[in-house]
Design a protein around this ligand. Structure first.
Ligand SMILES: [Zn+2]
Length: 185
């Protein structure tokens, strides 16, 4: 950042007293501006044996497929945020949500939280954020057109778990998301 969001003056990077990390500190009002990881919440919506995906109408990764997910807002729980994103991006409401995966991506300062959930009815549709919303059988998942490596990671996890019928909560540190995009046959 360049300017203080409190008073508009310039900021400098320094380690405040009692701290051990560089922070942006205002040169004028001494406000310390902490930047912390962002939480992205999402749903893995299932209908029968199919998975709901959205084709992104917005950057980044415009035109690529993703699970409904987005930044958690102040004042909402992770589940509330995930359900909201599912509604906003896919016009879909889900039932029986359960916590499924937590991915730390320290390299880009993000934390992803995914819930598994079911569509009670196959009701969904495009939105401002998605040009297309569709249900996919496993064999039709557009692996080479997925928006983010973490989407591939959680889908692969889900398909593995589905074979055994055992869904444990997954927790994984994704060290380098740019290397996570494996080519699928
Ligand atoms: Zn200031």
């Amino acid at each position: 950042m360049n300017f203080c969001s409190n008073c508009g003056n310039t900021v400098s990077q320094t380690i405040p007293e009692g701290d051990n990390r560089l922070r942006f500190v205002c040169d004028h009002c001494d406000s310390i501006h902490y930047h912390n990881p962002r939480v992205i919440v999402g749903i893995l919506p299932i209908y029968n044996r199919q998975i709901l995906l959205c084709k992104r109408a917005i950057e980044p990764r415009h035109g690529f497929w993703t699970l409904p997910a987005g930044f958690l807002e102040n004042g909402e729980s992770t589940l509330e945020g995930a359900m909201r994103e599912c509604w906003e991006e896919a016009n879909a409401s889900v039932i029986n949500p359960s916590l499924y995966a937590l991915y730390d991506i320290p390299r880009i300062n993000q934390v992803y939280v995914f819930f598994r959930a079911e569509l009670a009815e196959p009701n969904f549709g495009p939105s401002n954020e998605s040009t297309e919303v569709a249900l996919f059988d496993e064999r039709d998942i557009p692996w080479n057109q997925l928006a983010f490596p973490v989407v591939q990671t959680v889908l692969e996890q889900f398909l593995r778990d589905r074979k055994t019928g055992e869904y444990k909560v997954v927790r994984e540190v994704v060290s380098d998301p740019s290397k996570g995009r494996k080519q699928r046959p």
